[in-house]
Ligand binder design. Sequence first.
Ligand code: SAM
Length: 430
Amino acid sequence: MGAGMTDKSEDLTVEIASLGPRGDGIAESERGRLYVADALPGERVRVRTGGKRGVGFVATLKEVVEPSPERADPPCRHFADCGGCSVQHLEDGAYGAWKYQLVAAALERVGFDPDVVAPLVRTEPAGRRRAEFSAFRPRASAARTFFGFHARASRHVVEIEDCLILHPDLMTLVAKLRTELAELVSPGARWDVSVTLAENGADALISANHAPGPDASLALAMFAEREDLARVSWKTGGEVEPVAMRRRPVLEVSGHPVDIPPGVFLQASAEAERALSQLVCDGAAGSNIADLYCGTGTFALPLAAGGANVMAVDGDGAAVEALARAAGTGGFGGQVRTEIRDLAKRPFTTAELKGFDTVVFDPPRAGAAAQAGELANSDVARVVAVSCNPATFARDARILADGGYALEQVTPIDQFVWSGHVELVGVFRR
Ligand SMILES: C[S@@+](CC[C@H](N)C(=O)[O-])C[C@H]1O[C@@H](n2cnc3c(N)ncnc32)[C@H](O)[C@@H]1O
C-alpha cells in the first residue's frame, strides 16, 4: 500500500499505466495503486476511490479526460452493466496484444525469454456452449425474478436481451428460462443456473441452498418437456439429483461422443477445445502417455484414438467414468487406463512416472506445483502443460525448467473472448 493510503473515498485525476489481468486499468497514484474498470493505458481519467483490493484500491471511472487512441465503442449494448465481459472498449489489435502480453509477461517475470510465446490463437466470440447464469428474486413482495449474468464484481443480476459471446441456441434458451423462472424462484432466493448445449439437447444444472420443492420440480420437468431439454438437475450442498432426465446428454469432446455427468468440467467452446486438443496432440510423442487432470478426456480421447496407451487421472470420479465409457464406445477402451485420484495431495510420483514418454497436465487455476516437482525429478522426455492461469503456469514452468526441461513453445488461446481469461499450452522437452 502506498504511503498515506486511506480508505476514505475521494476524487482523483490519474494516468492509467497498464491493463491488468482482470481488464482493469491500473494507475500508480500518489495515493497508491488504483484498479479502474473501463479505463485504458495512456488515458488520463477522473476517478472516485473505493474499497480495498489486494495491494491497492478499486476506483470508479467518473470521466475520461484524455482518451486513448485505442479506445473503441463496445460492440455489446450490455457491456457497461454486465460482468460477463471486461474488455470490449479496446480496439481489436490492442486487445489481442494485451492477451498475448498476459502470458509473455508472466513468463518473463520468472526468467523465461518471452519470445517462446507463439501468436495468440483467436476464437469466434459467439462460441460458448456452456455458461453460468444467476436467477435472483429480491425479498420485497412485489419483486420479480432477475435472470442473467452477474454485474462486474457484484452479485447484482444484469438481464441480457442479447449476448455476443453465447452460442445463439444458448441465448434463445436464456430468454425462455427467464420467463419460466419468473414465478418459480421464491422471494429472497438465488439460483445459479449452468446450461450446456449438448449434441442431443440442453443440459441444465440449478444450484441453490434449498431443495426444489414439488411445484418447482414439476414446473421444471414440464419446461424440459416443452423445450426438449435433455436433462435438468438440481444441486443442494454437494448432492445432485435429476429433476428431468429425458435422455443422457451427449457432448462431442474432441470429436468423441461423451455422455456428460451434470456439472462436470468442459471446455466452454468447441473451437477452443479443438485448438487446445490439436496443440496437445502435436506436442505429445511416444506410445505411453499420462493425462493428469484429464476431465472427460479432451486430450486422453484423441491421444488414444491416435494409437497411444493413455493413463488418464482426475479427482472427479464421474468425469473419469464418463471418459472410460467413451473410450469403450470409441473402440479404444483397451488403450485407456483410468484412476480417480487427488493429484494435489497425491501427485504422480517420480517412480510412478517411469515409462511414460509424455505427461500432459491440465490443472485448475491453482496450478500443479507438487506434480511439477515430481516431474522435475523424472526422466519423462516430454511434458505438455495446459493452463488457464499464466501466473501459476509460469511458476510450474520454472519448477520444470529448474529440473532440466527446456520450454520449447507456449501458445495462448483466447477461449473466453473479451474477458481477462486466457488459456495456454506449453511444450517442454528434456
Ligand atoms: C481445467 S480442468 C481440465 C480437464 C480436462 N483436461 C479438459 O480439458 O477437459 C481441470 C480438471 O482438474 C480436476 N481436478 C481439480 N482438482 C483436482 C485434484 N486436486 N486432483 C485431481 N484432479 C483435480 C477437475 O476435476 C478437472 O477435470
